[in-house]
Design a protein around this ligand. Structure first.
Ligand SMILES: *Cc1c(COP(=O)(O)O)cnc(C)c1O
Length: 395
C-alpha cells in the first residue's frame, strides 16, 4: 500500500486529462494561456472571492502576497510553528521576521488567544494555516487584525474547499494562498499555486509581481520575479476542479469511518469537527503517546501500511530558523504535537472495504498487543488534552 497513490486518480480521469494537455500542446500557448485565466476565474468563484492570480507554487503564493502587502525589512509577521516550512520561510525571504505563536492542542492550528501577547509596533500581518484541512479560528483573529490594523494572509495549501461559518478558506483574510502541489487535495502534475483575494489592487500587484513587475511587456514598474502558472497545469486543474467536491466528500467519509471504527474497538470519542467548520481531511491525524509512536509505525510498516508524520520538528527548532533565537520549550503544545502526531492514509481512491478496514484492524491489533504486553494496564483511545475530542489519541 502507498501512503498516497496519485496514479489511481489519474487512471480514472486519464482521458479528460490527456485531452486537456493535448489541447494546450496543440495551441502552443504554454505560459499564461487562456486556461490559466479560466482557472483563476473558477477558483475565485469556488472560494467566493473576486480575483484569483495563478502563480508557480503555494510557496510563491505566500511570498508574492507578503511582497504585495509591502512587508519587508524591520517588519514582523505572526504565524504558527506547526506547519510546513514554506509558511515561515517566505516571511524570512521577503526580509521580515517570523514571530511564532503556539498552537491549540485540539485543532493543531494557531492559538488565537495567544496572538495579542506578541503584537508589537513592528507587527504587520498574521499568517494562519488551516492545517490538515481544518480552518483556523478566524472570527477572533479578524477582530484582532482590525484592532491592530494587521493584514491576514491565509495559508490554505491543505484546506481548499474547507468552510468556516459557511465562508470558504481563502475568502476571509486579505489574501488566500493555495498550493496545487501534486499531493494536495487539488493537485496538478507539477508545481502550481494561486492567490485569492477580494482586493483589486492587491490582485493587480500580484499579477505584476509574478511577471517581473510588469503590466506591459518589457516595461517594469516594480521589482518582481518569474512565478507564472503553466497553461498545461491550469488545464489539468480545470479538469480536476470539477471533481473536487466529490473527492472531498469521500475524504470526509473515510475520516468518519476511521473515527467510528476506532470508537467501536477502542473507546475512542470520534473526532469532533466544530459545527461552524468543515474539515476537508487533507490528512487524517491521530495522536499516539510518544513512547508508542515508533512502535506503531514499525508495526504498521511490517504489515505494509505506510504512515507519515506532519511535522516531526516544529519550525522554531529548525536549523534554518536558529537565528531567530527560539529554543526548546518555547512552544510546548506544538512540540508535544510533533512528538505525538501520526497521519494515516486518506485519499479518495483508498478502498474502504479492503484497505481502510485493514488499517483499522491492524491498529486495533497493535493496541490489543500492547495491552497484553503491559498486562494490567488498559490501553484505550482518549480525546486530546483539551478534551474537545477533536483528535484520536492512543495512550
Ligand atoms: C504545501 C504547503 C505549502 C507550499 O506549497 P508548494 O506548492 O509546495 O510551494 C505551504 N504551506 C503549507 C501549509 C503546505 O502544506
Amino acid at each position: 500500500m502507498e501512503f498516497l497513490d496519485l496514479n489511481r486518480q489519474y487512471r480514472i480521469i486519464k482521458k479528460e486529462v490527456n485531452q486537456a494537455i493535448q489541447k494546450v500542446l496543440d495551441s502552443g500557448h504554454f505560459i499564461l494561456g487562456p486556461e490559466v485565466e479560466e482557472l483563476e476565474g473558477q477558483i475565485a468563484k469556488y472560494c467566493g472571492v473576486k480575483y484569483g492570480v495563478g502563480v508557480n507554487s503555494g510557496t510563491d503564493a505566500l511570498l508574492l502576497s507578503l511582497m504585495a502587502l509591502g512587508i519587508g525589512k524591520g517588519d514582523e509577521v505572526i504565524t504558527t510553528p506547526f506547519t510546513f516550512m514554506a509558511t515561515a520561510e517566505t516571511i524570512v525571504m521577503c526580509g521580515a521576521r517570523p514571530i511564532f505563536v503556539d498552537i491549540d492542542s485540539a485543532t493543531f492550528n494557531i492559538d488565537v488567544d495567544k496572538i495579542e501577547e506578541v503584537i508589537t509596533k513592528k507587527t504587520k500581518a498574521i499568517i494562519p494555516v488551516h492545517l490538515y484541512g481544518q480552518p483556523a479560528e478566524m472570527d477572533k483573529m479578524i477582530r484582532i487584525a482590525r484592532k491592530y490594523k494587521l493584514r491576514i494572509i491565509e495559508d490554505c495549501a491543505q484546506a481548499i474547499g474547507a468552510k468556516y461559518k459557511n465562508k470558504k478558506v481563502g475568502s476571509m483574510g486579505d489574501l488566500g494562498c493555495f498550493s496545487f502541489f501534486p499531493s494536495k487535495n487539488l493537485g496538478a502534475c507539477g508545481d502550481g499555486g494561486m492567490v485569492a483575494t477580494n482586493n483589486k489592487k492587491l490582485a493587480e500587484k500580484i499579477r505584476m509581481l509574478r511577471a517581473h513587475g510588469s503590466r506591459k511587456k518589457y516595461y517594469h514598474e516594480i521589482i518582481g520575479t518569474n512565478s507564472r502558472l503553466s497553461t498545461i497545469q491550469a488545464a489539468i486543474l480545470l479538469v480536476k476542479l470539477k471533481y473536487l467536491d466529490e473527492w472531498t466528500k469521500v475524504r470526509q467519509k473515510i475520516a468518519r469511518h476511521y473515527s467510528r471504527s476506532f470508537g467501536k474497538f477502542i473507546n475512542l470519542r470520534a473526532p469532533f469537527v466544530a459545527s461552524n467548520r468543515t474539515h476537508v481531511f487533507h490528512q487524517y491525524t491521530i495522536r499516539v503517546n510518544k513512547q508508542k509512536r515508533d512502535k506503531l509505525i514499525d508495526y504498521l510498516k511490517q504489515q505494509d501500511i505506510p504512515t507519515a508524520i506532519y511535522y516531526l520538528l516544529p519550525l522554531h527548532l529548525q536549523p534554518s530558523m536558529k537565528f531567530l533565537g527560539y529554543k526548546k520549550g518555547d512552544f510546548p503544545v506544538a512540540e508535544k504535537a510533533a512528538r505525538e502526531v501520526l497521519s494515516l492514509p486518506i485519499y479518495p481512491e483508498l478502498n474502504i472495504n479492503k484497505e481502510q478496514n485493514r488499517i483499522i484492524n491492524t491498529i486495533n491489533k497493535f493496541i490489543i498487543k500492547q495491552a497484553r504486553e503491559m498486562k494490567n494496564k488498559v490501553f484505550h483511545f482518549r480525546a486530546g488534552a483539551d478534551n474537545t475530542g477533536l483528535t484520536p489519541f492512543i495512550n
